[in-house]
Design a protein around this ligand. Structure first.
Ligand SMILES: N[C@@H](CCC(=O)N[C@@H](CS)C(=O)NCC(=O)O)C(=O)O
Length: 357
């Protein structure tokens, strides 16, 4: 409660003059303060360095992405991005403090400087970049929106949801996409909207909604928490593109670059076939590309304000992209999501790293 009040107060102080100056909101999902916000801090990297710890905004409610286990530990692909940044900065993936943020709270937390980075199944959109003031790092998971219904409901397509109640979380692209799709197809429906993800899914589980919609990965994830997961069917129709990416506050390109190249490092390591198990074998590699990447030659890391071995630190502590994916979302996990679009470009997917040069 105290944190929520402080968040609101900090946001009002930070952007009040701008709200009055612009007099409107940018119309982005879940953010009442969409406006041309001035950057809160221009040197977040120094702030983080002085603090000795990264503050990472996550959901904490989506297994496979970010979730708090019974042991109190965070895990998930979004969490691993936070760990990778901390590994690059401090050679310590545990130098992270996590803050759970709902869809509605997440952008305010970044704008006010409460968190250094948002790593929370967040879709990269134009208005979030322009009006909300986010700077996105590369996509860590390409997703799309889907709908889940009960197996025994006879609902097989979006059209079958005519006149039905659909549970959806507010502050999301999900809510907007559903409205768009239904309008486009001329289907009337009853949106049942909540701020809290647990209430949204509980309402569906109690049978008070005929369907529930979210990013497909989130449906697979949250279905695993339902009393009888197998009684629920995720429809094949995918109604949107949801490129999920970490973000920082706009206007601090030094910090933005650090986070971006940490994400690229995960992908580049997979491209080069370097992982946490075989990293040692590459220490003496004579391949110039690998030498630059691992920092045994050149000063790419220092040019970012990091150490030259920052990518090696990430691989040592967190692994490459495929290790991160397999650990959190792969065939050995409850989610069992095929790599699909999240495969390397060389294997038919969309993941691609610019040169480390
Ligand atoms: N990717 C979409 C949806 C993100 C989202 O918040 N999805 C819900 C559906 S499960 C969620 O993760 N809720 C978790 C929470 O509120 O902590 C967006 O960026 O707007």
């Amino acid at each position: 409660m105290y944190i929520k009040i402080m968040r609101k107060l900090a946001l009002i102080l930070a952007i009040a003059p701008l709200i009055f100056a612009i007099g409107g909101c940018g119309g982005d999902s879940g953010n009442t303060s969409s406006t041309q916000t001035a950057p809160i801090t221009r040197n977040r990297w120094d702030t983080v360095k002085n603090r000795g710890q990264l503050i990472c905004g996550v959901s904490g409610e989506v297994p496979g992405f970010s979730f708090v286990g019974t042991d109190g530990k965070y895990s998930g692909i979004d969490v691993d991005v936070c760990r990778a940044v901390a590994a690059a900065l401090f050679d310590n993936p545990d130098a992270v403090e996590y803050r759970n943020l709902s869809a509605k709270e997440r952008f305010t937390a970044l704008q006010t400087g409460e968190v250094d980075i948002l790593s929370r199944n967040t879709t990269w959109t134009l208005s979030r970049t322009s009006s909300v003031g986010l700077e996105f790092a590369p996509v860590v998971f390409y997703d799309g929106q889907a709908i889940m219904v009960r197996q025994n409901s006879n609902i097989k397509t979006l059209a079958d949801l005519k006149g039905k109640a659909i549970c959806v979380q507010t502050g999301t692209t999900t809510e907007q996409n559903l409205a768009d799709q239904m309008r486009k197809r001329g289907i009337t429906y009853k949106p049942v909207v909540f701020e809290d993800v647990n209430v949204t899914f509980a309402t569906y589980a109690e049978g008070r909604c005929d369907g529930i919609t979210a990013d497909r990965s989130a449906l697979v994830s949250r279905r695993s928490l339902l009393p009888k997961p197998e009684d629920n069917l995720i429809l094949d129709e995918v109604i949107s593109s949801e490129p999920l990416a970490p973000a920082v506050a706009k206007g601090d390109s030094k910090w933005g670059d650090v986070v971006k190249w940490v994400v690229y490092s995960l992908v580049k390591a997979e491209e080069l076939g370097i992982n946490s198990q075989n990293l040692g074998q590459f220490a003496t590699s004579t391949d110039p590309d690998i030498k630059r990447f691992l920092g045994t030659e050149g000063n790419l890391g220092e040019s970012l304000g990091l150490t030259n071995d920052f990518a090696a630190r990430i691989i040592k502590h967190v692994g490459n992209y495929s290790e991160v994916y397999d650990r959190n979302l792969g065939a050995k996990t409850k989610l069992n999501l095929a790599r699909g679009q999240n495969q390397l470009w060389t294997k038919g997917g969309l993941l691609y790293s610019p040169p480390f040069r």
